[in-house]
Design a protein around this ligand. Structure first.
Ligand code: SF4
Length: 257
């Protein structure tokens, strides 16, 4: 079963890779709100959750984040990372930039060693406020699952018909390497149509895109939790590892989650 985050602040969750991570959900607590509708989304399909389309408000996010950081610091367990993720795309929030500034100020005040991470699908990079905010966080993690529009349409289902991979790559290039590229690899079928971004054609074109974007690093991963589409296959760690080796051959560090 896919599931939603029912709180504005969630976790903390301890992971080997990130340490103690505290999550921030700017999207509605009762529904998913995203400019993509990925076939592997852990929050389910957009249409499954037609709740109130209300973003969590900036003062409330700030108040709850401060309250949580204060408690974690008092308990001697400050977070290693504050991660913007949750029920959809955080950069859709109209006050995303101001919320990032609040978060950086709270981090500096309560746990200066913690990193601020944003997991984004890169659909809002045309907005100057979003770009500015992403340049200020420690980990600007942007998704690109394929170099082909057709595959992105199948895997990520962009809600904007004008979406193009070319536009996304060009917007990513403008970060001059101040970003981390994240890619989900999978294969299988969804609603009767085959989907596979691990073929040689896919991986070779994706590597060309990686080389063009030149992110600070790349993170590749595969399915972990339940997905709305049940006929998808998780890619084995050693296959992801072989892709990572090809990224590293370009001189770009690559981790396998
Ligand atoms: S971008 Fe993230 S939140 Fe949006 S549909 Fe895809 S996996 Fe879900």
């Amino acid at each position: 079963m896919t599931s939603l985050f029912h709180d504005i602040i969630f976790g903390p969750v301890r992971s080997r890779r990130l340490g103690l991570s505290l999550g921030v959900n700017l999207l509605p607590a009762d529904s998913k709100l995203c400019s993509f509708d990925c076939i592997y989304c852990e929050c389910g399909w957009n249409a499954e959750n037609p709740g109130a389309r209300r973003f969590n408000e900036r003062p409330e996010v700030r108040r709850l984040l401060e309250q949580t950081l204060r408690r974690m610091v008092a308990e001697g367990t400050p977070p290693d990372v504050i991660t913007f993720a949750g029920n959809g795309e955080p950069t859709l929030h109209p006050e995303f930039e101001a919320i990032i500034d609040d978060t950086i100020a709270l981090r500096d005040a309560w746990c200066p060693a913690a990193k601020v991470s944003v997991l984004s699908n890169a659909t809002q990079l045309h907005r100057p406020d979003v770009r500015q905010a992403l340049l200020r966080v420690d980990n600007n993690i942007l998704k690109l699952d394929s170099a082909f529009d057709e595959t992105v349409r199948r895997m990520n289902r962009p809600q904007n018909p004008a979406y193009t991979v070319r536009g996304t790559i060009d917007a990513m290039k403008r970060f001059d390497g101040r970003m981390i590229l994240q890619t989900m690899f999978l294969r299988g079928t969804c609603e009767g149509l085959p989907v596979d971004n691990t073929t040689e054609t896919e991986v070779a074109a994706w590597l060309e895109a990686v080389e063009e974007i030149r992110p600070a690093r790349v993170m590749v991963y595969s399915l972990d939790r339940d997905t709305p589409c049940r006929t998808l296959e998780k890619i084995a760690h050693d296959e992801l590892q072989r892709i990572a080796v090809r990224v590293e051959a370009l001189g770009i560090p690559c981790s396998v989650a």
